[in-house]
Design a protein around this ligand. Sequence first.
Ligand code: E4P
Length: 253
Amino acid sequence: MKLFLDTAIYEEVEQGVSWGVVDGVTTNPTLIAKAGMDHEEQVKRICQIVGNVSAEVVSEKRDDMIVEGRRIATWHKNVIVKVPLTSDGLGAGKVLAGEGTRINVTLCFSVNQALLAAAIGAYIVSPFAGRLDDINEDGMRVVADIVAAYRQQEIKTKVLAASIRNPMHVTQAALAGADIATMPFGVLKMLFEHPLTTAGQKKFLEDYRQARAASGSKADGGARAQPDERSEYRKMQEAKPVPSTAAEAATKR
Ligand code: E4P
């Protein structure tokens, strides 16, 4: 399962990409508004550092969405045009997909809606798990059912678990077989965290520094490695005189 960031904040994308774990970004009009940047400028900036950047149309009518979607598609080759799961959105998505544009159908809340997204040739469908949980439905169950239906029907549209609110959602999305999970930066950071990792790393470094201090060498993390760092076995081996002949070598054994 690929990990995407659900943000329009460049610095968050930059950080996630530097960690080597982020394969894409999803934006929506709310996230663009929160970032407080020009839509086109911000999407183009993000596309410079990561592939698979979803950018959503904000028109309401099919024909307007087609025009807008075509314009968004020219911003960058990494752009995926996002359309809502409405009849206008799907109508526009069908035309855009037919022209070779990658389409992400967003605001999906059921298996039947996901089948409609597949029918127009969407590259991605985005079921919103968190928003279903918010209304007392099981969002991850819907994600799992869409994955199962797509497998059964041999549908190639990728399932992107969206509206993720916590690390458990990420685990559940992976177990459900989602192709992608998109998450806020805060959730991505939490994926790294485990108390045993923190404690284990602290102890490793303490032990190493103590051993170095005891042997009188500098505990500098190896940045200025000294010859003394050879293992004891290696030091003994290297201290032995080199035998000059095979016979000498045999007598020394
Ligand atoms: C991503 O494509 C969606 O727009 C996003 O995950 C929605 O998340 P929210 O329900 O937390 O707003």
